[in-house]
Design a protein around this ligand. Structure first.
Ligand code: RAM
Length: 966
């Protein structure tokens, strides 16, 4: 007996020791996907306390992390030796895998850092150390910048004739330099007032477009960090160069030309006249010495290169006969080039600037951006190529290529021909009946590229660099013979936010719509979340962004993209506290003191709140808290006496609704209540209890005012529009016990309207969620499946590959002139994501993937399966497959109704738990993996309530089966 006990004890000790060692079998929990500030191996990090994240992966059910340890060193070798001179967190209990702040030695400018992580699982087994990941710091202090802003010498006046386009050639800059020793590391920090491409020793550095990005250059400029160690030759001759175009700095922006904004109303020069460039190459030699090559007056500049015109909106013109040869290689004789000047040497240009807010004096001369900020979002790159599907010749010599998809980007032109032949490319989203490209909706955007051949017998290949278009069709003229199909290839450009969502269901129209929404997001996540990519607009419209952001987060990992844009939003905040109509905000849309709109201005709260919800990011909230507080104070102070909303700002309201106008005061009341709720929630998350209390009290006041002003005793509203009900329900302003009445009334209104929506941007976003939440799920599904105007399906059955701006952007009866034949074809984008916001409902409600609390730590799987009556017009949806790659890993919810059974496949990522809600109250009928569901190892709680059963589970994959009749 005694020996037996001792043996047992020894056994236990051995087992215990073994478990303290790294587990390597299939059961282990392994850290992967290491990221810093949401990016893989970023360079130019300018946060002094960067945040880490990783994922843990395991094949085991219920796998979770109980502790973690991060080590940071100056080299990966040091880590391998177990040395962490910058930071060793030590074993830290907890299951956090993201938003983990660096807490080590002070990080310095330019520093290279290497980190790794190991984790302990729920049983105390420790993983191996992850492979080291790297990041590099940016320039943290103003004094780190030794480079000076340079420019060409420019004392010419600016373009003042609004009737003519002015499209100056980009400038080439260059400088030779010699390295004296063996190069260990070389990094360029670069920025431009304008947009730039960097070159080293003959090659373009990196694959990003439109660098450094758009900001209010008078307040702040982005810079990029390029690691160029590979490019720089040791102990030898080198050359650095750049091409710099106007970009957003001095080129055409938005609808400025159309409406006559800017200096002399010419629609350009929103920040200044002459582009400038800034670059600092830091070379570290193997002997530890350092050398800098910086922009200064020793650089040369020319505007004589092949690109003759270049503008983001208007297009690019390239004359291959003017190519500069090896201008970016060392030793190039820059004969006709001029000496660059310090940008500050160019004269001030005092003039008057006009926009809706009035006239104000401005200086178009150089002003040094007071703040340099690293660009910490995925760059704009070519993410895909689209070969042409067909080419037609609707008129003699006019060749029209169809790329099969509406997208944003550029084309690659491949041609052979005589020297001096000039090719013109025009772009459009749709074709007219005669087969010609439709360009009316481009308004004043020229959207035309030109290419002049040098006559290379081998053929010539060209793509523009500093423009982009929104299109599906390309019109090529200038060739006598019909070109081959491969003369045109589409190049898809956007900020490279990784795609995270997949949605498919038994109704192919909905599946296609989901794809269209994803494409439209890609077409518009270009530097800022734009409204549209084709016409002279392309602005970061706030109303569109707030309506769509949650859908955006299902489609792609948008954490860093929005982190960057919300900085732009704060920067654009108006002096009195409101957030403006779009960000950046180069021109005022509303009159003085009125440049905001209900629902649009609230994006400054809704967007950070959403990013916090989806990614658990509290730092963003902290960083913008002062700004958000200022906004809330303004919002509260500008309510009407009793807390009701006002109509002080821009009058868009439920923009592009179909014949039902909801008063702005009503909308304003609802949005105020919405952001008060969000602020209360965020205050609590940040431990700001007093503020939470204030927002709660204000929220109550607004709710009472709403009740008194708008709510009838029977749950109907005094404002009788679909959108009024949608907002009242979704914001929770309609008293709880009246909500189902109100939803029934809403349903009745929709029915009376022929089962058609009447909602615009604001109402549509929450229409289906409000219906589904309040007992009208069948109707919600029916609307989503509708193919009748106005509906999402109407677009799809009319051939859409993207989401349209208006429900009637195109109609069978009136083509591009809308439902009544009287629409303005110019205000008609075929790539506008706002109405695509319904995809949030597709993921959250139909597929049922959601988060309980912030950051998908506790996943909710609650698919709402439409009943058999849900659709008299179309086949009832009987299966859905959805996948969402959350910050913690992939979540899947697939369901199918078949032969009286519901089958569901669910995947929950390691280190999270999930509540799975199944549509049956009878637990004894629910099987998982072939066995009845039982409280125990896999199901931590089982509750039946109403018509559903809730199961609390850990990570893993689950296959459910239960009888189900609709
Ligand atoms: C339009 C934009 C945008 C909308 C505003 C009100 O010009 O396209 O989508 O938010 O106006």
């Amino acid at each position: 007996m005694k020996t037996h006990f001792i043996l047992l004890l020894i056994g236990a000790i051995v087992a215990c020791c073994a478990s303290a060692h790294a587990v390597q079998d299939n059961d282990s929990l392994d850290p992967t996907a290491l990221r810093c500030e949401y990016l893989e191996e970023p360079v130019g990090v300018d946060s002094r306390l960067p945040r880490f994240s990783w994922r843990v992966e395991s094949h085991r059910r219920g796998a979770s992390q109980s502790a973690w340890q991060v080590r940071v060193a100056r080299s990966s070798e040091a880590l391998r030796r177990g040395k962490a001179e910058l930071w060793d967190s030590g074993r830290t209990a907890g299951n956090d895998t993201n938003q983990i702040e660096y807490q080590g030695m002070a990080l310095k400018s330019g520093m290279e850092c290497f980190w790794q992580v190991r984790v302990w699982d729920e049983k105390g087994n420790v993983s191996k150390w992850s492979e080291p990941a790297r990041w590099a710091m940016g320039l943290l202090n103003e004094q780190d910048w030794k480079a000076q802003w340079i420019s060409c010498e420019d004392d010419a006046s600016y373009h003042k004739d609004r009737s003519k386009l002015h499209l100056p050639a980009p400038r080439h800059y260059r400088k030779d330099f010699t390295t004296k020793r063996e190069v260990k590391r070389a990094v360029v920090y670069a920025s431009a007032l304008g947009v730039y491409d960097l070159y080293l020793n003959g090659e373009r550095v990196g694959d990003a477009y439109l660098q450094p990005g758009w900001s209010d250059y008078k307040k702040r400029a982005y810079y990029r960090t390029h690691e160029v160690t590979e490019w720089v030759r040791s102990k030898g001759k080198n050359a650095i160069g750049a091409v710099v175009a106007d970009g957003w700095y001095s080129g055409y922006v938005g609808y400025g030309l159309l409406v006559g904004y800017g200096p002399d109303k010419v629609g350009r020069y929103f920040y200044g006249k002459t582009p400038a460039f800034l670059a600092q190459l830091e070379i570290e030699y193997t002997d530890g010495s350092r050398e800098l090559v910086v922009t200064d007056e020793s650089w040369r500049v020319t505007d004589g290169g092949p690109t003759r015109e270049s503008d983001i909106i208007m297009g690019e013109a390239y004359d291959a006969r003017m190519e500069l040869g090896e201008w970016a290689l060392p030793g190039y004789k820059a004969k006709d080039w001029e000496r660059a000047v310090l940008a500050s040497r160019n004269p001030r240009i005092d003039t008057v600037y006009t926009d809706r807010a009035g006239r104000k004096p401005v200086n178009l001369g150089f002003e040094k951006p007071p703040v340099m900020q690293s660009y910490m979002a995925p760059p704009i790159v070519a993410t895909e190529e689209l070969p042409a599907r067909s080419v037609s010749e609707p008129e003699k010599g006019v060749f029209v290529f169809d790329l099969g998809q509406n997208f944003a980007g550029i084309v690659r032109l491949k041609v052979k021909g005589e020297r001096g032949t000039r090719i013109r490319l025009r772009f459009g989203e749709m074709l007219k009946e005669n087969g010609m490209v439709m360009t009316e909706n481009l308004r004043r955007a020229r959207v035309t590229d030109f290419y002049t051949l040098k006559g290379d017998p081998e053929g010539e290949v060209w793509s523009p660099r500093f423009t982009y278009h929104g299109f599906q069709y390309v019109e090529l003229t200038g060739l006598d013979v019909k070109p081959e199909l491969d003369a045109i290839t589409g190049i898809v450009l956007h900020n490279d936010t990784p795609l995270t969502g997949e949605f498919e269901c038994s109704d192919p129209v909905l599946t296609q719509f989901g794809k269209n929404a994803q494409w439209t997001q890609r077409a518009n996540f270009l530097e800022v979340p734009t409204d549209c990519p084709q016409r002279d607009e392309r602005l970061g419209w706030m109303g569109d962004a707030q309506a769509y952001i949650r859908t955006a987060s299902y489609n792609a990992d948008v954490a860093s993209f929005f982190t960057k844009w919300i900085d732009d939003v704060e920067e654009s905040q108006l002096s009195f506290g409101a957030y403006p109509d779009y960000a950046p905000y180069p021109m005022a849309h509303g009159g003085s003191g009125k440049s905001f709109g209900s629902g649009w201005t609230d994006a400054g709260i809704i967007c950070p709140w959403t990013i916090w919800k989806v990614y658990g990011d509290t730092r963003m909230l902290e960083e913008h808290w002062d700004s958000m507080t200022r906004f809330m104070e303004w919002r509260y102070a500008s309510t009407a006496v009793n807390g009701l909303g006002t109509s002080l700002g821009n009058p868009w309201g439920d923009w592009l609704n179909v014949g039902e106008k909801t008063p702005i005061e009503f909308i304003d009341t609802c949005y105020h209540a919405m952001v008060l709720d969000m602020m209360e929630e965020m205050s609590l998350a940040l431990g700001r209890r007093l503020e939470a209390e204030t927002y709660r009290e204000r929220g109550e006041k607004v709710a009472k005012a709403f009740e008194a002003a708008y709510l009838n005793e029977d749950g109907t509203l005094k404002v009788d529009t679909q959108t009024a009900y949608v907002l009242g329900l979704s914001v929770g302003l309609i008293l709880e016990d009246l909500r189902s009445e109100a939803a029934m009334h809403l349903a009745g209104k929709i029915e009376k309207n022929g089962f058609r929506m009447a909602t615009g941007f604001l109402g549509t976003r929450s229409l289906l969620p409000a219906l589904s939440e309040h007992g009208q799920h069948e109707l919600a599904t029916r609307l989503f499946q509708s193919r009748e105007y106005p509906s999402w399906g109407y677009e799809v059955v009319n051939g859409a590959t993207s989401v349209w701006e208006r429900w009637d952007s195109y109609t069978k009866e009136f083509g591009f002139n809308g439902a009544n034949g009287k629409q303005n074809a110019g205000m008609n984008s075929f790539s506008h994501y706002a109405f695509g916001a319904v995809m949030e409902w597709a993921y959250r409600t139909l597929a049922g993937i959601d988060t309980i609390g912030p950051g998908y730590r506790h996943v909710l799987i609650h698919p709402r399966i439409p009943g058999s009556e849900s659709n008299p017009d179309n086949e009832v949806v009987d299966w859905v497959k959805a996948r969402y790659d959350s910050i913690n890993g992939p979540i899947r919810s697939d369901w199918k109704v078949e032969d009286g059974m519901l089958r569901m496949n669910v995947e929950i990522p390691a280190n999270t738990k999930a509540t799975i809600v199944l549509p049956s109250k009878d637990v004894s009928q629910i099987k998982e993996g072939g066995a009845l569901v039982r409280l125990g190892e896999h199901f931590h709680s089982i509750d039946s309530e109403g018509d559903v059963t809730r199961l609390l589970v850990g990570a893993g994959t689950y296959v459910f089966e239960l009888p189900f009749t609709r």
